[in-house]
Design a protein around this ligand. Structure first.
Ligand SMILES: NC(=O)c1ccc[n+]([C@@H]2O[C@H](COP(=O)([O-])OP(=O)(O)OC[C@H]3O[C@@H](n4cnc5c(N)ncnc54)[C@H](O)[C@@H]3O)[C@@H](O)[C@H]2O)c1
Length: 398
């Protein structure tokens, strides 16, 4: 198989998971990484066992041995870095969110369409085998017509007021905090599993921890450095949100998101209720899918490639009883994107810039709904998605 050269920009918390995932594919070479300075890039390159390092992302983009570039910079840099990758005509895999505003997301969607390259955003929960099982069960109407989609994404890592990084700074993390950071995962999952689109939202947002204590601009997102002096910063972005949701198939929904909820680590849960059955998936028990019935006993389906639907089985790599994990699902998502790079055919599971732009618009609609005093706000996605599809058809001849 032809080998593919990969580069990564932004070697922080999530970066080694991208590197691990591509290394597991077996046909991708991690050629180089770029950091915010030559010294930090060199140090991270050593840590990740990568031969080349660059002190600027422009140098990495210009490396002729690299054809696919992963953008794992802080969210405020997604626009400039991804645009530069697209302008160079290289394939781009951005971590989520696509951008910190819908306007920026729209620019990226359109630039990806114009470039005609592979473009993907790592909404990684799509890669879980039982998420795919739930998606396919819903598609086959095994739970009947879906009328309610609800759940939550609850965390506690921001409970402590000394947690402060670019994520809480509106100029770097965006105006939204918890919703953009993790609510976006839930919205993407809800649309992906149900194939329905969120059309309107009503949101009530809260900032529980209003003052945080910053260790300075250089702190990485999950830094716990207690040795540095800290300065108080007033926080305006939400750390708690309750949202009502309407879907284009008539389904209703609701979502709770919070990052200051003691005891909740990565409580991402989604449930779909149809007229003949229900499915529920919780990422902290990701090897199980709850299946609810009115006229039969409920069941918990364990991840088992011999029992899962065709189309979901390839996302499980171990027999039943062996637990698969976050990193395995991440690898599945990355594997599907590289499949697109290799073959020109986009697997159904890949989240494109066009899909991820929708999520930016949804999150922004939540902010607008709250700002207007808690009123229904439509999700107005600008046209252009067809342009993406048409352009990709032109490039790949389909
Ligand atoms: N998919 C997921 O579940 C998931 C999880 C965590 C983070 N993320 C996303 O990944 C992105 C990065 O988050 P993180 O938690 O790794 O942040 P982080 O702060 O730990 O890492 C960001 C890295 O980018 C580097 N950087 C800053 N400016 C740069 C520049 N100009 N050029 C090159 N590198 C630069 C920083 O030095 C740091 O090493 C964010 O957009 C975040 O939303 C996604």
């Amino acid at each position: 198989m032809k080998r593919i050269g990969m580069g990564l920009i932004g070697p922080g918390f999530i970066a080694p998971h991208h590197i691990d995932a591509v290394r597991r594919l077996g046909y991708v070479d991690v050629v180089a990484i770029a950091g915010s300075s030559s010294a930090s890039a060199a140090q991270k390159a050593k840590l990740f066992n990568v031969a080349r390092s660059y002190g600027s992302y422009q140098e990495l983009i210009a490396d002729p041995d690299i054809s696919v570039i992963h953008n794992t910079t802080p969210s405020y840099l997604h626009l400039s870095v991804s645009l530069a990758i697209l302008e160079a005509g290289k394939h781009v895999i951005s971590d989520k969110p696509l951008a910190i505003t819908a306007k920026e997301g729209e620019r990226l969607r359109d630039a990806a369409a114009a470039a005609g390259v592979v473009n993907a955003v790592t909404f990684n929960y799509r890669g879980n085998p039982l998420v795919q099982q739930a998606r396919l069960m819903t598609e086959r109407e095994e739970i009947g017509k879906v009328f309610f989609i609800h759940g939550h994404y609850l965390q506690d890592w921001m409970t402590d007021d000394t947690v402060y990084s670019w994520r809480s700074d509106p100029t770097k993390g965006g105006v939204s905090s918890a919703l953009a950071d993790i609510g976006s995962h839930w919205c993407d999952l809800a649309e992906h599993i149900s194939s329905a689109r969120i059309t309107a939202v009503l949101a009530d947002l809260t900032t529980v921890v209003k003052t945080r204590y910053s260790a300075g601009g250089s702190a990485e997102a999950f830094s716990k450095d207690t040795t540095v002096a800290r300065t108080p910063v007033e926080v305006s972005s939400e750390d708690l949100a309750s949202v009502l949701v309407r879907f284009d198939n008539g389904a209703k929904g609701c979502l709770s998101v919070g990052q200051v909820l003691p005891g909740h680590k990565n409580g991402l849960e989604i449930e779909l209720n149809g007229r003949t059955g229900s499915v529920r998936w919780n990422q902290e028990r990701q090897n199980e899918l709850w299946i609810g019935r009115h006229d039969q006993p409920n069941a918990v389906m364990g991840k088992d490639p011999t029992l899962m639907l065709p189309g979901a089985t390839q996302y499980a790599h171990l027999p039943a009883g062996h637990q698969e994990s976050w990193a395995d699902a991440f690898r599945n998502v990355i594997g599907d994107v590289y499949e697109w790079v290799r073959t020109g055919e986009k697997p159904a599971t890949v989240c494109t810039f066009s899909d991820a732009y929708r999520t930016c618009v949804i999150i922004e609609a939540m902010l607008k709904s709250h700002a207007a005093g808690g009123v229904w706000q439509e999700v107005n996605v600008s046209s252009g998605s067809e342009q993406v599809a048409n352009r990709q058809e032109a490039i790949y001849g389909k």
